[in-house]
Each structure stands twice: as C-alpha cells, then as structure tokens.
Write a protein that binds this ligand. Sequence first.
Ligand SMILES: Nc1ncnc2c1ncn2[C@@H]1O[C@H](COP(=O)(O)OP(=O)(O)OP(=O)(O)O)[C@@H](O)[C@H]1O
Ligand SMILES: [Mg+2]
Length: 448
Amino acid sequence: MARILIVDDDVAFRGSLAEMLGDLGHAVLEAGSVDAGLRLLRTEMPDAAIVDLRLPGEDGLAFLRRAPAVGKIPCIMLTAYASGGNTIEAMRLGAFDHLTKPVARSALVETLGRALRLLASERDARPPDPAAAGHPPAEDGELVSSSEAMRQVFKRIGLVAGSDATVLILGETGTGKELVARTLHRSSPRAGKPFVAVNCAAIPAELMESELFGHVKGAFTGAVADRVGRFGEAEGGTLFLDEIGDMPLPTQAKILRVLQEREVAPVGARGVMPVDVRVVAATHHDLPAAVKAGRFREDLWYRLQVVPLTLPPLRERLGDVLPLAEHFLRLLGGDAPKRLSPAAARLLLSHPWPGNVRELRNAMERAALLSHGAVIEADHVGLQSVAASAAGPEIDWAGTMASAVAQVEREMILRALAATAGNRAEAARRLDLSRQQLYRKLTEFGLA
Ligand SMILES: Nc1ncnc2c1ncn2[C@@H]1O[C@H](COP(=O)(O)OP(=O)(O)OP(=O)(O)O)[C@@H](O)[C@H]1O
Ligand SMILES: [Mg+2]
C-alpha cells in the first residue's frame, strides 16, 4: 500500500482517479497545480506521483524538472493527447511512464505496480541531467505519430537521448529512420554540435576510409591536401551512419575499432586522433541475416545494437496515416492547408504504403498540386486502391510450423484491415473469424 500524489487541475477526473487508487488500497494526495504538488511532495513524501501534462500556469514537464530537487519518486505522466514531442521530453526529463486519458484500470495497476517495484529496488534512482534540459524538437522535421508502436519509439528516444549509447535504427525504406536520428540528436546534450550524415551505400569502397577518417596530404594519388573525415566533422556531435548494412567488410572492422577505442586513424597518418562522437546507425537490411551470410561482422552487429530502435512500417500503424497526411498538408499549405475529403481519407487508409511515410508525403505533395480547391478528392491522390502488395512476408520455411502459421495469419489480418480501412468488424467477417478471435490475434501479434 503506497501513498500516491495526483497533480491534475480537473477536479472530477482527479476524484475518479483517487477513487480507483483508493480501491487498490493506496492512500491519495491531491494537488491542482505544480506548486501545490511540489509542496505535498516536500511535506508528505509520497511514493509516486501521477502528473497531468496540461496544467494552469506551469505544466507537468515543469513538475518533472523541479521534483528531483524535492524528492526522488517515480512520476507517471498523464496526457489526453500524447504527441511525439511531449512524450520524448517527458521521458528525457525522467518520467517513469506515460498514461493516456481516460485511464484504464488495468493500465494504471500495471504501471503503478512497475513504478512501486522500481522504487523499492532502487531508492537511489539516477539523477536527472540538468545540462540536457531544453531542446524540444523544432517544428520543421517534427516526428508525427499517434500510434502506440511509435509511442514506444518516442519513449526509447527520450530514455537514451541523454547518453552516448550507440543506437541502431531499423526499418523499411521511408519509415523515418533519418528523421528519428535527427530527433535523437536534437534531444541530446550534443544538440548544439554538428549532426553529420553519411550514406554508406553511396560511397565507393575504396574511398570509404578517407571519407570517414580523413587523410593526410599525399596519402594516395589525388590527396592534394589534408582532409578532415566525417568523424572529425562531427566532433562533439552525432555521426549518422546511414545504410550501414551496405558498408564493406574492411571498413566494418575499422568502425568497430573506432567505437571501442574512440579514436580514428586518418589515411596515411602515423598516429591516431581521439574523437568524441555519438554514433547512430541505420539500415533497412535484415542485419542478422547479413551476419549469417557473412556480409556483416557479428561483433559490429553486437556493438551497434546496444539500443535498437525498430520503426514499424506504415501499414502496421494505420492510426498514423491521417495525422501524417494532415501534417504534410500543413507543411505545404501554411495557414490555410488543404483538407482531405472523406473518400480521399478512406483511400489513404486502404493503401498498403510499400514506400511508407515517404510515399505518403509524395502523394500529399502531388495531391496538393493537382487539386485546385481547398479539398483533396480521391482522384487527386492518384493511388491504386490495391488491398495489399502482392508479395507477402518472407516465411522461415526451416522454422517451426507454429511460427510460419503465425506469419501467415498476421499478414492476412493486416491485409484484411487495410482492405477495410481498419474496420475490425468487417475485417473479422472477411476472415471468417469472430470479433473476439480477431481481437485476441491482434493482441498476440502486437497489432492491437
Ligand atoms: N513520423 C514522421 N513524422 C513526420 N514526417 C515523417 C515521419 N516519418 C517520416 N517522415 C518523413 O518521411 C520522409 C522519409 O523519412 P526518412 O528519410 O527519415 O526515412 P528513412 O527511413 O531514412 O528512409 P530510407 O530507408 O529510404 O533512407 C521524410 O521526408 C521524413 O521527413
Ligand atoms: Mg534514410
């Protein structure tokens, strides 16, 4: 039985949450503002806090920022609308987790349980990093999402932003890997220093080393002057190694050394140079498969995937399609963005998006050009309403029967949902499943 502080200005909501907590056997303290909450934190020393994001005066993020000076307890953020920006910021400021309003009893029990266990196991939690505060992502290049899958990604970005841990971003083409890398940089204490992106697939193998590590004058024919490599350019900041799955094996060995020793050897130079660079890598390749095939070093794979971030394909987060489409229309239309007709919206929801977010962005740019009025019709979008791409998932024929069947089931469900624009009742009918069966499968496959 714990003492829980609720900071929320909505009296009715606070009351119902207090009742739920009371039912669970906890004692409750209530505050309507950040200042009142901090006062209770000081005088009553609660075990955990549940804090609303939007509050009159200072917001919930201010509570997160100021609370550690008063008392270190797990703070669970509460939001009616969780945007990427505020989720990242809250996690970076040390929030224990996010709950969305309305709060489901089961989610509350689960989250609070974890928070109290954490509190018990490590009363001396990590101190917040004051140097890392205050870099909310800019408007342009904002990461937009309202799906649960991406919320997990945002949370992880927030958790690792303050550290120098190597991050590996995985995802199909156009899922936003580079945008995530930039967001990570912007949310980190390195934000004021350079973000340097290198496309490993675009550089010829024989130039790779001089590109990355630099060279001295005369190191090879054509080296007419010293050159600082990309690692040097990124000094103090972040180096983004894009398409790392396409990096030649000899360079992979050198990168591994840099990650271990934190120093680079310019081509033709005698000594080595220390570097202070955070490495973020990305690839759309299946790296474990490349490792098996001998095209990618296993030791580098282990070194890179300290923190893996997997971006789900757009067809697996249908909830993001319309918010993203509207976001791109706002970027194009400024104060008076064009709107989607209901038919155009349905079309967007039924498309399988093999090119993911990039394809959606291109489709919106095309539609905005083609439509003359303020409303975008299905014709302007110009997508073929195919239910799903012809190619299915790659089935592991050497695996177990159960896993192959699960892959097929998952794909069929995704296609049925795409074909019915996310209508679960209709999708269940098409698949000849009961709605309960479909829900169970959605949970099982992490698609709920
Ligand atoms: N969540 C998002 N919110 C807003 N814009 C996004 C989001 N995800 C992707 N985009 C936009 O979609 C486009 C493609 O994203 P990005 O270049 O980051 O993808 P990628 O995964 O690096 O693709 P590739 O594998 O082809 O290099 C960019 O214009 C990016 O700004
Ligand atoms: Mg990219």
